[in-house]
Design a protein around this ligand. Structure first.
Ligand code: PAF
Length: 275
């Protein structure tokens, strides 16, 4: 039976009952899909009990973004977790950000550029809430999807810099049959937009093949052109970067990553792949 808990005090009390077993945390914003379920399944390989947090974090959305529209499907989420999560932590905004809350965690390093160029508020919101969730649950391991690759690197840096006693595990992206990366925001897509969205992963794969034999900037420019042609309404970036630091690179001598953010209609999608 999954326990549903809404306060940090109750979470700590419930976790104290489970000691000395190992716990894993899967932080989510709900609207769970198979990608989230795979994070929970992976967590079970590393610990005895899994805590899934469900919290649509207001501080990682800018005022013009989709905080209000973000899908909230708690009942369906709880059904999906019934066999796998020991605890679902679903706090209110007031529980996470009590009156007078005045602390923000800013992570440098891998947060520079890419998402930050288009969502400057985003990583401070993520780092602050992730730190709060990690400190509330004090898990042995915490799982983050590679789909949000820059976020994964930012969380790793946060944990390393603050010496938080948790191991961060990155989990490969789960994809639909046509390769579209699973995302809660895919629910926004009309049938036509969904068809266009499927081109993103194909164009990234083609760009990786081109990058192996050409100048990296030319490969990125070719990807942007292909995305426009495929019907995307906006391309925020396509970038080939060092896989560990996200630094700019000009050759593929070290492990690299291609990362992209696009819009189809008004829905923003991100994806990335190892090179
Ligand atoms: O990736 C997400 O769903 C969110 O950014 C996270 C890590 C749960 C923080 O709100």
């Amino acid at each position: 039976m999954t326990q549903i808990i809404t306060t940090v005090a109750e979470l700590r009390a419930a976790l104290a009952q489970l000691k000395p077993t190992r716990t894993g945390l899967v932080p989510t914003m709900g609207a769970l899909h198979d990608g989230h379920v795979s994070l929970v399944q992976d967590a079970k390989k590393h610990c005895d009990h899994v805590v899934v947090s469900i919290f649509v974090n207001p501080t990682q959305f800018a005022p013009h973004e989709d905080f209000d529209a973000y899908p909230r499907t708690l009942d369906a989420d709880l059904k999906k977790l019934a066999d796998s999560a020991a605890i679902v932590f679903a706090p209110t905004a007031r529980e996470i950000y009590p009156d007078g809350f005045a602390t923000t965690i800013t992570v440098g390093g891998p947060s520079a550029g890419l998402e930050t160029d288009f969502r400057p508020h985003f990583f401070a919101g993520v780092a602050t809430v992730v730190a709060k969730l990690l400190l509330a649950a004090l898990p042995d391991v915490a799982m983050f999807g590679e789909k949000d690759y820059q976020q994964l690197l930012v969380v790793r840096r946060l944990v390393r810099d603050l010496a938080l006693p948790v191991t961060i595990i990155g989990v490969p992206t789960l994809r639909e049959a046509d390769g579209l990366a699973m995302s809660s925001r895919n629910a926004y897509l009309s049938a036509e937009e969904r068809r266009i969205a499927a081109n993103l992963n194909v164009i990234l794969k083609e760009t990786i093949a081109k990058a192996r034999n050409s100048d990296l900037r030319a490969a990125e420019a070719g990807a942007i052109e292909a995305l426009w042609k495929a019907g995307f309404s906006h391309v925020d970036y396509v970038a080939i970067r060092d896989a560990e630091s996200l630094d700019h690179i000009t050759t593929l001598e070290r492990p690299a990553r291609i990362l992209a953010a696009v819009k189809v209609g008004s829905t923003r999608l991100i994806d990335n792949m190892a090179i």
